[in-house]
Design a protein around this ligand. Structure first.
Ligand code: NAP
Length: 300
């Protein structure tokens, strides 16, 4: 139980509702910032503005999966107000305060480090990223169906990257009957792709492999689907870019060439917010319980 632990939940989408539900069940006291348009009320959770929170009593801050922008803005689906996480707010928290986020960036790293607090980007954990790849793949299939006039079965699908998302995407599209090629750069990845019954190629040769693809799914968070690559694709190719913003695709050139390219962030929050929220809530509640127990021991 997290009885009387004071937690500020700042912004986010429907996934945060599962987190709020779980933490209120565990008896934590929650300040919900950026939720004033949410109809539902939770016992033990108060909807407040960021200016109303006394950060000197906050034991933990919970940010959405996307963390903050590079300017410190936090996405708030349930609010029209702009919410910014500023360094001065973190500095007001007690020294034991931990900041939890999905992913981080130089802005967030900087303000937390300068305030001498601990930052935990939970999507760095393999378990969270692998569980989360399940709703991500389902969302990718949804987009592929919505934006093409041909079946996935029998189509030429290229997956870029064999990380936690890339592996799940490649395996599932192959299971649906697609002919899957996977671009990677490590010898162990080529071996794994071959073991999975798929066709590997080196990313250095990307332009040579795109000539007859129907769908290109990028999971690499670097500029990889360049204008030179897009210029070699058939005009009907659908690009689905799953990599975190800004993605790895030259969207300007794709539009100019008439190739449909979708930047598709936060698919778990769109197609399965309950499952995706539960994945995060389960890990967060364990981590918060650890913080809580350690503080109790150090006080005793
Ligand atoms: P990951 O496990 O770290 O995999 C990243 C992959 O990209 C690896 O195969 C890695 O290969 C490759 N890579 C990284 N930098 C590269 C470079 N400069 N050149 C070539 N290859 C490179 O990450 P993940 O968990 O699969 O997530 C992938 C991306 O999807 C992230 O941006 C994540 O935020 C995003 N994501 C999006 C959604 C969504 O809904 N759209 C959901 C979940 C995750 P090496 O091993 O060779 O470095």
């Amino acid at each position: 139980m997290l009885t009387d632990m004071q937690i500020a939940v700042i912004g986010g989408d429907a996934r945060q509702l599962e987190i709020i539900r779980k933490l209120t069940e565990l008896d934590a006291k929650l300040s919900l910032i950026g939720f004033e348009q949410l109809d539902h009320a939770f016992t033990g959770a108060a909807k407040v503005k960021i200016s109303e929170v006394d950060f000197s009593h906050i034991d933990s801050l919970i940010l959405p999966v996307s963390g903050t922008s590079l300017e410190g803005q936090v996405d708030t689906v349930f609010s029209n107000e702009k919410v910014f996480l500023l360094e001065e707010l973190i500095a007001q928290t007690p020294s034991h305060c931990v900041v939890y986020t999905g992913i981080s960036n130089p802005y967030l790293n900087g303000i937390v480090e300068r305030s001498n607090r601990r930052l935990v980007p939970i999507f760095n954990r393999d378990d969270v990223a692998i569980y989360n790849s399940i709703p991500t793949v389902e969302g990718t299939i949804m987009l592929a169906i919505q934006h093409t006039d041909f079946t996935i079965h029998g189509s030429n699908v290229m997956v870029l990257g064999l990380g936690r998302v890339g592996m799940s995407v490649a395996r599932t599209f192959a299971a649906l009957g697609a002919k899957v090629t996977v671009g990677a750069r490590k010898t162990e990845h080529f071996a794994r792709i071959t073991e999975m019954g798929l066709t590997p190629f080196h990313l250095d040769e990307l332009t040579n492999w795109v000539k007859d693809i129907d769908i290109c799914i990028n999971t690499i968070p670097h500029h990889i689907v360049t204008a030179a690559v897009i210029s070699k694709m058939p005009a009907h190719t659908l690009i689905i870019d799953l990599a975190s913003k800004p993605g790895g695709t030259d969207f300007r050139y794709a539009e100019k060439r008439g190739v449909k390219a979708l930047l598709a962030p936060s698919l778990p929050g769109i197609v399965a917010p309950k499952t995706a929220g539960n994945i995060i809530a389960n890990v967060l509640s364990q981590l918060l319980q650890g913080d809580f127990d350690r503080r109790k021991e150090s006080k005793a």
